[in-house]
Design a protein around this ligand. Sequence first.
Ligand code: MF3
Ligand code: CO
Ligand code: CO
Length: 249
Amino acid sequence: MINIIKRFQDLQNIKVAGKIASDTLFYISKYVKPGISTGKINDICYDRIVNYYNAYPAALKYMGFPKSICTSINDVVCHGIPSYNCILRDGDIINIDIAVCKNNYYADTSKMFFVGQPDDTAVKLCKITKKSLFLSLKCIKNGGKFKHIGKIIQNYIDKKGYSVVKNYCGHGIGKNFHEEPNILHYKNNCNLNFRSGMVFTVEPMINLGSEKTFVMNDGWTVKTKDGSLSAQYEHTILVTDYGYKILTL
Ligand code: MF3
Ligand code: CO
Ligand code: CO
């Protein structure tokens, strides 16, 4: 089997990357206001990651991605490209996804931000999406099963009347930005067990309407097909003997 159990030294390094990613996500929060462009938000994050933390924004040039972070507004599900032409407006919800590389180790995290005051529907979608992520983490411990993550998320989201996006998933992470295994956020038959020392992301994308998505002509931006709102939260998680540790808090 592929080696997906991290050693102590690996974990120390991933933790450092995780701290940088989550600190940057916190740092940017004060700038997320009506009137700022996502291009400007990108630049602030780039500057913080590169010049303050001496790290590298993992998205930049990843498979040709042109910017340092992903900014996904309203009906954008994920992989939105920051742009100076894209100005945040009162009522928008935006996912900012920050992955960093430090000392050749990666960590990845994202969350939703409210621009001004979004309506109750949008706020509730974000709240439920965040809850689905944290509920799913409860099944994680050495010996548990990966498939329970998807089961928990989908059961909860079905109950709320939203839909789980199925064509994008979480991923192992460490010396690579994306590595095995894939983490599915919906019901599945994966028989892989959690083992202490595994590190991966959980990053459910939840739509208000249909789960169907499409990719725009820019080759990156993923939107809901029906134009409904979408939300996402992401953390990098370490499996431990009796539970898990969030490395991007
Ligand atoms: N951060 C995203 C993830 O959660 C991946 C972004 S890849 C990019 O896996 F190229 F779009 F930046
Ligand atoms: Co990720
Ligand atoms: Co991410």
